[in-house]
Unconditional design. Structure first.
Ligand code: FES
Length: 127
């Protein structure tokens, strides 16, 4: 009997070099989330700058075959639970685009960009 393939973990890239006042909020968020993942299929990746330095702290969510999102303005002190809720909704979404009502306010407000998956195909006819 074949075993079902285990889904790839969701990748959460966190800028650990963002600076705000005297702190590095992304580095604090990284450490906070390490303690909060609680068995979730999420892999954390520290990143040194994602070129969105004016919107600390900055994260990116990605998974094979799904849309990727770049999100800024995460307050590491209060937004970690909302970010985890979003990661759960993202993981449950086949395309990586959970419905807006499943995206916490900090995610809706902080979304900077989304990028299509490598497998994305769309036709376009310029008029
Ligand atoms: S230092 Fe964090 S995005 Fe540039």
């Amino acid at each position: 009997m074949l075993k079902a393939a285990k889904p790839e973990p969701v990748a959460l890239f966190i800028c650990v070099t963002c600076q705000q006042a005297d702190a590095r909020p992304g580095a604090l968020l990284y450490r906070r989330l390490e303690d909060m993942l609680n068995g979730r299929a999420v892999r954390l990746y520290p990143v040194e700058c994602m070129s969105i330095c004016k919107r600390p702290c900055t994260v990116a969510v990605s998974s094979p075959g799904k849309w990727s999102y770049i999100i800024g303005g995460i307050d590491e002190a209060v937004d970690a639970p909302a970010l985890l809720d979003y990661l759960d909704a993202y993981a449950a979404s086949e395309s990586g685009t959970p419905p807006l009502k499943k995206r916490p306010a900090v995610i809706r407000r902080g979304t900077i960009a989304r990028l299509p998956p490598h497998t994305h195909k769309e036709s376009y006819a310029a008029s």
